[in-house]
Design a protein around this ligand. Structure first.
Ligand SMILES: [Zn+2]
Length: 555
């Protein structure tokens, strides 16, 4: 509990004062929802982390703090913003989002897309969406639809236009022919193994010596489907001895006979990423490419292709990649394996709460503002950033806590019968604030009371406060309890309901917690995010036969 927050404060403390101090960290945790009754439980963790931080070399502290600072809640925290973009002219900036519609989108994609989108907006430019659907075996309409829904309806990105690489095949073929005519591309009939070995050894194969005419006639036969998959390729004539192996005559077209979801069986020959990418960027008049630095090695190849074909160059801004870390072991599985889990029914869908897909985050109630804020915090740092659900939750909490309505929910409800022996026991109704900072209240009529079985067991025999109501002596067994007073003292405080609706909450591990929610939840609309006090934030997902079904957002 709160490990990341504790570590962030301990590191900040150590950087500012030379040494972290447990006493300085504890009060900060109340801003993150730490309950006073849990102080005893959390102190050993704080002490342990403080010791760890104090024994760390000084240089490491700053680096670690950089990764964790999103967890720190400080009033003096300055509003951060993204740095200026090099070579940006107001009204002229064009950026692009280039998803391959072959996989689900996760938080890392969202951040990359938003960087491109936010910069285009900042300079009153355009952000274009390009589906890179040049791999017929992997791409599908299902992913196009899913990606569009995530990009437009969840992230709120409005692309100026949408384009598919596969619609430009005739043009891509034309550029390939230009390369062949200039002697800068050749047909190769070597096996994959031979090609790999030769590229590795820096040796040229015999195909490289064919004349331009021979290459052109083989290329035409290639396009007509003369060669089976793997039997022939078109290669860019680079330099087989270049230090950068990407330049050692890479394949730029290969034969794929699989049916394409958009083009059907029209094309048997498909381009590789490094070939279509510079052409498409030129075609779309992109001015700025913001991307992760994994592409470093490929830049010289793409530049060489641009030079030969006379295509414009863009300003490339590189940033460190976003690693999306998922705690659950199953979700460590990537793309295809997740697909198998979804298709076998083991996961409920791409929005299974065990995943960090955008679909799952959206259904759980993570708002798009969380990604906009995270983009600002990470900026264009060259360092890789690890993003996990806790980080998203910490930002989300900061955004929604101040105006999210709070309600009561009791898990595994058991009845509580109040003996009408005192005046305070005879209260007929009570108004509760919907948020500590708000004057808005909800009125609750007192009738049959329910509390959670866990709260009852934990506090049996002890004086306990029913929040905003009165204090009781918690019965050890049976429902009968007596009111002991109405003053708010330092005793355990628990939620209760009187007048209730059946409710259940879908947890991050895909299990349900059932109980009763107070009747005020009837005023909620589907999709509303609220907080169940001492339980966490939840989003109303649907109502089935009178049962309110929520998804757990985060604590
Ligand atoms: Zn060859």
């Amino acid at each position: 509990m709160f490990e990341n927050e504790i570590k962030a404060y301990a590191l900040k403390n150590a950087i500012e004062f030379g040494k972290a101090d447990a006493g300085r960290i504890l009060p900060k945790l109340f801003n993150h929802g730490l309950d006073r009754k849990d102080i005893g439980k959390i102190m050993p963790t704080i002490q342990e982390i403080v010791n760890e931080v104090n024994s760390m070399p000084k240089g490491d502290r700053e680096e670690e703090y950089d990764e964790l600072k999103a967890y720190v809640k400080e009033h003096e925290e300055k509003e951060k913003d993204l740095p200026e973009l090099p070579n940006a002219v107001d009204g002229k900036v064009v950026t692009r989002l280039p998803p391959e519609p072959s996989k689900y989108l996760h938080a890392g994609h969202a951040l990359g897309f938003l960087l491109n989108y936010i910069y285009a907006q900042r300079y009153n430019g355009k952000c274009l969406l390009r589906f890179e659907d040049a791999n017929p075996e992997k791409v599908s309409q299902e992913y196009v639809d899913m990606d569009l829904d995530d990009i437009e309806n969840y992230l709120g990105i409005k692309p100026a236009s949408i384009r598919f690489v596969s619609d430009d095949m005739p043009l891509l073929y034309k550029h390939a022919e230009t390369l062949i005519k200039k002697g800068k591309a050749y047909m190769c009939f070597c096996s994959q193994e031979k090609m790999r070995d030769f590229r590795h050894a820096g040796k040229e194969c015999e195909c490289r010596r064919q004349s331009n005419d021979e290459n052109m006639s083989e290329w035409n036969a290639f396009l007509k489907g003369k060669y089976n998959e793997g039997a022939a390729t078109l290669r860019f004539k680079g330099n087989m001895q270049d230090q950068n192996q990407v330049l050692r005559d890479p394949v730029i077209f290969r034969s794929v006979h699989a049916r394409h979801f958009r083009q059907g069986e029209k094309y048997k020959v498909w381009p590789m990423y490094d070939f279509y990418n510079p052409i498409e960027d030129g075609l779309m008049k992109v001015t700025h490419i913001l991307r992760t630095n994994e592409f470093d090695q490929r830049v010289p190849l793409q530049d060489a292709i641009k030079d030969i074909l006379g295509l414009p160059k863009q300003t490339v801004v590189q940033y460190g990649r976003f690693n999306v870390i998922d705690d659950s072991t199953e979700a460590k599985a990537k793309g295809r394996e997740i697909r198998a889990l979804v298709e076998s029914g083991k996961y409920i869908g791409w929005d299974d709460p065990r995943l960090v897909t955008l679909k799952a985050l959206r259904r759980r109630g993570i708002k798009k503002e969380v990604f906009y804020e995270l983009v600002k915090q990470l900026g264009l740092s060259k360092k890789e950033a690890n993003i996990d659900f806790d980080m998203l939750a910490a930002i989300s909490r900061k955004i929604i806590d101040k105006d999210t309505k709070r309600y009561y929910f009791v898990a595994n409800p058991v009845p509580l019968s109040i003996k009408q022996s005192t005046e305070s026991a005879k209260i007929k109704s009570v108004s509760l604030p919907v948020h500590p900072d708000s004057k808005e209240t909800r009125e609750i009529k007192l009738g049959e009371l329910y509390i959670s079985a866990e709260d009852k067991k934990e506090n049996a025999g002890k004086e306990t406060r029913l929040l905003h109501l009165y204090n009781i002596e918690m019965p050890k067994r049976g429902p009968n309890a007596e009111v002991t007073g109405i003053e708010n003292k330092q005793i355990p405080k628990i939620q209760w309901v009187s007048g209730h609706v059946p409710a259940k909450i879908f947890m991050p591990d895909a299990t349900w917690i059932e109980g009763y929610a107070e009747e005020a939840v009837k005023d909620l609309k589907l999709g509303d995010v609220i907080q169940f006090e001492r339980f966490g934030f939840v989003k109303l997902d649907k109502i089935t036969k009178g049962t309110y079904e929520f998804w757990f957002t985060h604590q």
